[in-house]
Design a protein around this ligand. Structure first.
Ligand code: HEC
Ligand code: HEC
Length: 284
């Protein structure tokens, strides 16, 4: 510790701190600077009464926070009317009521983006293995009731009332030979006019009648009770090349859709049903 000395050049006392021969002068703070400091302290104390910096404590001036919570409360009240309306109506009644319909579609769209779009794509466009919800082709039925049931119980899910079916593994289980699978695959493609081999397709007709019509229908028109897709519409869940179709017949894939009944409330599921029905087409 060195004792403070006077600086020779200016005659001002030093603080006694010295770094490599440089000493620190002990000049008083400028007056104007001090007055500004005191003024800000006084201002801060007064301002705290007008707009307290403590959450939940109200001041003299209204804050944006108060304005916000008032508006949220108003919006909740408005929403409550619609939510009760939705609770007390079925999907068809909601569709018939302009205001409820608009509210349900908006609510359904928000929930869809969060819960469904990861699999079904934005706007329900679909992806390989995940059916498009934006067309009027339905695996499990396209009435409002069908759509709602699919959402609540899922497909091949862990819900006891899940929609369920299983295509036989004709190749893996040795029910059909490789040649027969090639023939019936050509026949399947011929239903939409795309068979690469007409002769094979003709040979596959019989195999189809014996093995496939029980699920896919007499002419491959599909069967919604079993979730068996139409094979005559050129819309493919698992791809429409000969190889894709042969793969499905040999060792079939089965789509799994989770059940939402336990995860989303009834109102949200109704709003989703209404929203999905607006994407492509639904059946009356
Ligand atoms: C984990 C992926 C996944 C999620 C998430 C998902 N789905 Fe699905 N969904 C599927 C699959 C796969 C199928 C087709 C099942 C099959 O092959 O039969 C399907 C089928 C459907 C169908 C029946 C389509 C038809 O043609 O009959 C509807 C309706 C549907 N989903 C709606 C929804 C809604 C609404 C949500 C959100 C709440 C949702 N899905 C979330 C995978 C999913
Ligand atoms: C027990 C019922 C059942 C039988 C029998 C059956 N299928 Fe299927 N098939 C299904 C189901 C269900 C699906 C859809 C699987 C899914 O949604 O994931 C399907 C899907 C398909 C697909 C894929 C369609 C697409 O859009 O990608 C083809 C192709 C197909 N079946 C061909 C056949 C042929 C050919 C036979 C006879 C050799 C046959 N199926 C027999 C139930 C059946």
């Amino acid at each position: 510790m060195t004792t403070p000395k006077k600086d020779e050049l200016t005659g001002v006392a030093t603080t006694g701190h010295e770094w490599d021969g440089l000493t620190e002068l002990n000049n008083p703070l400028p007056r104007w600077w001090l007055y500004v400091l005191y003024a800000t302290i006084v201002f801060g104390v007064i301002y705290a009464f007008f707009v307290p910096p403590i959450p939940g404590v109200e001041g003299i001036l209204p804050t944006t926070r108060q304005a916000l919570s008032e508006r949220v409360a108003e919006a909740r009240e408005g929403q409550a009317t619609f939510l009760t309306g939705i609770e007390n109506s079925d999907a068809a009644q909601i569709r018939a009521d302009g205001e409820l319909f608009a509210f349900a579609t908006a609510g359904g769209a928000a929930s869809f983006a969060e819960n469904c779009a990861p699999c079904h794509g934005a706007g329900g466009a679909g992806a390989p293995g995940y059916p498009s919800l934006a067309d009027d082709v339905w695996l499990w039925g396209g009435t409002l009731g069908d759509i709602e049931a699919t959402i609540i119980h899922g497909v091949r899910s862990d819900d006891p009332d899940t929609r369920y079916s299983e295509m036989l593994a004709f190749g893996r289980d040795g029910i059909l030979t490789g040649a027969q699978i090639g023939d019936v695959a050509n026949y399947v493609l011929s239903l939409s006019g795309k068979a690469p081999d007409a002769q094979a397709a003709a040979a596959g007709k019989e195999i189809f009648a014996e093995n496939c019509t029980s699920c896919h229908g007499e002419n491959g028109e599909g069967m919604q009770e079993l979730g068996a897709p139409a094979l005559d519409d050129a819309i493919w869940l698992y791809g429409g090349t000969l190889a894709d179709v042969e793969t499905q017949i040999t060792n079939p894939k089965h789509g799994v859709m989770p059940a939402w009944g336990g995860r989303l409330d009834e109102t949200t599921i109704k709003m989703l049903t209404v929203y999905v029905s607006t994407l492509g087409g639904y059946e009356e």
